[in-house]
Design a protein around this ligand. Structure first.
Ligand SMILES: Cc1cc2nc3c(=O)[nH]c(=O)nc-3n(C[C@H](O)[C@H](O)[C@H](O)COP(=O)(O)O)c2cc1C
Length: 340
């Protein structure tokens, strides 16, 4: 049995735990200055942070971004804790790439999360480039069925594949394959990057393929180039360091994406690290935010540790809403009067 993918997922967790500089900073949120209301004319208790997203109501605009899955007790525990926490707090959760369950069927159990999160919005995940290799419609359907998912993330990771010793680099004509999948699948497909941002050209191609939701996943948080640098085949290969800050920041990607705001909705992720970052992302046009790496340490501990961390995000986000005089997320979204 080919267990390379499973081993790779474990390698990633190890690198993230050992190299704090995998977290790059510089997502662009710090440069955005917001106004402040000394007289917000609001009762904090009446602030409503909920949003509608893909047919479900989230208690606040937050997704636990795709991280992991595989055949190991540690990975099983992480995914179970994230799912339990998403359910308890009313936010969404995406799983890591489910490709591993097609090379190692035992990995499927790490994606069988619906029992832990009966109501939460759950999103499957596969690498889009695999549509040019080994995966197709039936795998996408199986991935969704295993998770009991509400939709499927297709991730785009050309930089990671380019740095990986064993990377898959045929990204030719992918948007046609994505369009075929959109046509055949009865659940929505979301297109995401993994930390370099999606450009207007990418969004244009995605829209043509029938995609309506784009997770911009910009630079400023977890650097996959740097993670893969640690897994390089040759000791003198430093390309992963050279490219560790490649791409658009999350804020740059979000600002550029606004040209398509009438036809698409956006998830802001990549370096979203506080409820203030969340508020800024919604103000400049995101529907919801995604956070990955910051939940990892808590997820290794317990579901309660993840819940506690989500509640910190909630308190920060609602405090920002309060101080901006915004009672709900619609009052924040695309409200340029809140930016100095
Ligand atoms: C441990 C880990 C594993 C990840 N695995 C995946 C994956 O399998 N599929 C995917 O689309 N993104 C994956 N990502 C990328 C995240 O979903 C996210 O796009 C990126 O880390 C930026 O968010 P952050 O800065 O909050 O970590 C992973 C991130 C982490 C930290």
């Amino acid at each position: 049995m080919n267990d390379k993918i499973n081993t790779r997922k474990l390698d990633h967790l190890k690198v993230i735990a050992e190299d704090k500089d995998v977290e790059r900073s510089g997502s662009g949120f710090d440069a955005i200055r917001l106004t402040h209301r000394g007289l917000p004319e609001l009762d904090f208790a009446e602030i409503d942070s909920s949003v509608e997203f893909l047919g479900k109501t989230l208690s606040m605009p937050l997704i636990i971004s795709s991280m992991t899955g595989g055949d190991s007790d540690e990975i099983l525990r992480i995914n179970k804790n994230l799912a339990l926490a998403a359910e308890e707090t009313g936010i969404a959760m995406a799983v890591g790439s489910q490709r591993v369950m097609f090379s190692n069927p035992k990995a499927a159990r790490s994606f069988e999360l619906r029992a832990f999160a009966p109501n939460a919005l759950l999103l499957s995940n596969l690498g889009a480039v695999q549509l040019n290799y080994e995966l197709g419609l039936e795998h996408a359907q199986k991935a969704i069925e295993t998770l009991g998912a509400d939709g499927l993330y297709l991730h785009l990771n050309p930089l990671q594949e380019a740095i990986q010793p064993e990377g898959d680099l045929n990204f030719a004509n992918l948007s046609e394959k994505i369009a075929d999948l959109v046509q055949s699948l009865d659940k929505p497909i979301l297109l995401k990057e993994v930390g370099c941002g999606l450009s207007p050209k990418d969004i244009e191609l995605g829209l043509k393929a029938g995609i309506e939701t784009f997770d911009l996943a910009g630079r400023g948080g977890t650097s996959w180039s740097r993670i893969e640098y640690h897994r390089r085949a040759r000791d003198n290969d430093d390309m992963g360091l050279l490219f560790q800050d490649w791409g658009m920041t999350t804020v740059e990607a979000l600002v550029q994406a606004q040209a398509f705001k009438d036809r698409a909705r956006f998830v802001a992720s990549g370096g979203v690290r506080s409820g203030i970052d969340m508020a800024k992302a919604i103000i400049i046009g995101a529907q919801v935010c995604g956070v990955a790496a910051p939940f990892l340490v808590a997820a290794k501990q317990s579901a309660q540790a993840v819940v506690d961390q989500i509640e910190v995000f909630r308190r920060e986000f609602k405090t920002a809403m309060f101080l901006l005089g915004c009672q709900n997320c619609s009052a924040l979204r695309n409200n340029s009067s809140l930016v100095i």
